[in-house]
Design a binder for this molecule. Structure first.
Ligand SMILES: NC(=O)c1ccc[n+]([C@@H]2O[C@H](COP(=O)([O-])OP(=O)(O)OC[C@H]3O[C@@H](n4cnc5c(N)ncnc54)[C@H](O)[C@@H]3O)[C@@H](O)[C@H]2O)c1
Length: 262
């Protein structure tokens, strides 16, 4: 468990959920991590728990100045920056015609603009460090369409596309850029009603995995993409979705899962 020894990462949206899962795995793999988020209490508590390998920095990913400060704070605290996980994101569930202007603009601002600004901000620092990796958090909804998440999904398709172009532009500059496509991970974003995990899992009978994933599942994927084990991965889209986007079931044919008893 020391695949990231000597690495220094920024994990945005690192205070809770998937970001927290990534922070914990990166630390276990030997990395130093700047946890950034708008949730100050949660982010600071996580850094306090994990100790000197981590620090917390308040950051709104939609601010270019905020990005410059986050990069500077990371280099000042840990001496360099070689890895960025653009994880921060928001989601509004709505029928397409019910998305408000405010929700649409906010989704684009956080989920797409935040990722673009982050990638721009870290390039000089990662080059100073001699190379590294950027991991962009897209979604299963950035691979296929889905109801109630149309505008959110559009931002995640954009992140997937951006990742491909950056892999091409930045690969020769020793920066690998890849995307992760989580689906059905048990976090506050995916479970706003706070349904208990055991009950929540029952809704996943339609997934090949038959249960919801956890932040640690994405932590493992991010650690892989950040590490030298993934040195030949550039523009890779890594689905970690319990098989959601593997295809679809013909429900009346053999091999389909059985719906849970009502
Ligand atoms: N949970 C899932 O099933 C799932 C599936 C696909 C993709 N994702 C993606 O994974 C990422 C993490 O999601 P999660 O499920 O852990 O959600 P979450 O809501 O638990 O965590 C998201 C974090 O991002 C932070 N954040 C939000 N806006 C921010 C901003 N402007 N600046 C800085 N930080 C901000 C939040 O404060 C929060 O800590 C998101 O990009 C999300 O779209 C999640």
């Amino acid at each position: 468990m020391d695949r990231l020894k000597g690495r220094v990462a920024i994990v945005t949206g690192g205070a809770r959920g998937i970001g927290e899962g990534i922070v914990r795995r990166f630390v276990a793999e030997g990395a130093s991590v700047m946890i950034t988020d708008v949730l100050d209490a949660e982010g600071q508590a996580l850094a306090d728990e994990l100790g000197g390998q981590t620090a917390f920095h308040h950051q709104d990913v939609t601010s270019r100045d905020g990005w410059a400060e986050a990069v500077a704070a990371t280099e000042a605290r840990f001496g360099k920056l070689d890895t960025l996980v653009n994880n921060a994101g928001i989601l509004y569930f709505a029928a397409f015609e019910h998305y408000t202007d405010e929700q649409i603009r906010r989704l684009i601002d956080v989920n797409l603009m935040g990722v673009i600004l982050g990638c721009q901000a870290v390039i000089p620092a990662i080059e100073r460090a001699g190379g590294g990796a950027i991991i962009n958090m897209s979604s299963a909804d950035g691979i296929a369409g889905a109801n109630a998440v149309s505008v959110y999904g559009a931002t995640k398709w954009a992140v997937r596309g951006l990742t491909k172009s950056l892999a091409l532009e930045l690969g020769p500059r020793k920066i690998r850029v890849n995307s992760i496509h989580p689906g059905g991970i048990y976090t506050p974003l995916a479970n706003p009603m706070k349904v208990p995990k055991e009950l929540y899992d029952k809704g996943y009978w339609i997934y090949p995995a038959q249960y919801a994933g956890e932040p640690k599942d994405i932590g493992a994927a991010a650690a892989y993409l950040a590490s030298d084990d993934a040195r030949y991965c550039m523009g890779t889209e890594l689905s970690v979705d319990g098989g959601l986007n593997a295809g679809h079931y013909y429900m009346t044919m053999p091999g389909a899962p059985t719906p849970p008893a009502a």
